[in-house]
Design a protein around this ligand. Structure first.
Ligand code: PEP
Length: 254
């Protein structure tokens, strides 16, 4: 049986009050699922300013809370940044690192991402480590090469033992926020590549797919043998759509 995980990336959406209301809806809808059937692990990742409010709403529920990024240092003169220890202290269990929007708009490299993974793990957070190719790279037929370079660089710095405590998210950049999800075959093909690459180092971790996942396409994507859930952007801002994706993931566990 596959153990499935669905994480919602709320990006730069929701004030603290809006986030608390959305989290409450998610808790209600996800909490109603399951009964005796197993349900997927659920993580919601609001903006930093909403973490406190969302942690309060989800306390004593099965819904976990994550941040969308962390700094690689514990503390210091880094204006505007937030450390893994601060994220942990507010009550989070997870943190997204290496999202393509951080790579693109903040010029994050695999080396920096690896140091963020180490900082997160040192604080007991589960890093959701994102990798993925751009459209140009896919069209140039270098997807495998790009993913391999990203993962091998991170793996080399983090080490297999620590990597085992992570979640990996395959997020083709061309599929993020475009409404053009990878096909189930495209996703599974890359997931299998990632799983094989990690297995060579003795690492076996959940690999989530991210990129325009919806309530409609989730079940098809989740059928891939190496697809262990999703990192969801847009659809995670609507509680009913997000809950439907969580239900599709849960169906894989029965
Ligand atoms: C994301 O932000 O990680 C993402 C996958 O976004 P979307 O689902 O909107 O494509």
């Amino acid at each position: 049986m596959k153990h499935m995980i669905v994480a919602g990336n709320w990006k730069m959406h929701t004030t603290a009050a809006e986030a608390a209301a959305l989290a409450a809806e998610v808790v209600t809808l996800v909490g109603k699922q399951g009964g005796t059937a197993p349900t997927a692990d659920v993580v919601i990742c609001p903006p930093f300013t909403s973490l406190d409010a969302v942690v309060a709403v989800t306390a004593d529920t099965s819904v976990h809370v994550g941040a969308q990024d962390c700094h690689h240092e514990h503390h210091g003169a880094f204006t505007g940044d937030v450390s893994a220890s601060m994220i942990r202290a507010v009550g989070c269990s997870h943190v997204i690192v290496g999202h393509s929007e951080r790579r693109r708009y903040h010029h994050e490299t695999d080396t920096l991402i690896a140091s963020k993974v180490l900082a997160a793990l040192a604080e007991g957070l589960v890093p959701i480590v994102c990798v993925g190719e751009t459209l140009d790279e896919r069209e140039a037929n270098i997807t495998t090469q790009v993913i391999t370079t990203q993962l091998e660089t991170i793996l080399q710095i983090v080490g297999a033992e620590r990597m085992q405590q992570c979640i990996v998210a395959y997020e083709p950049v061309w599929a993020i926020g475009t409404g053009r999800a990878a096909t189930a075959e495209q996703a599974q093909e890359v997931h299998a590549t990632i799983a094989a690459l990690l297995a060579k180092a003795g690492v076996h971790v959940p690999i989530l797919y991210g990129g325009s996942v919806t309530a409609e396409n989730a079940a098809t994507l989740f059928a891939g043998a190496d697809v262990y859930g999703a990192l969801v952007g847009g659809a995670s801002l609507k509680a009913d759509a997000f809950a439907a994706i969580v239900a599709a993931a849960g169906a894989q566990m029965q």
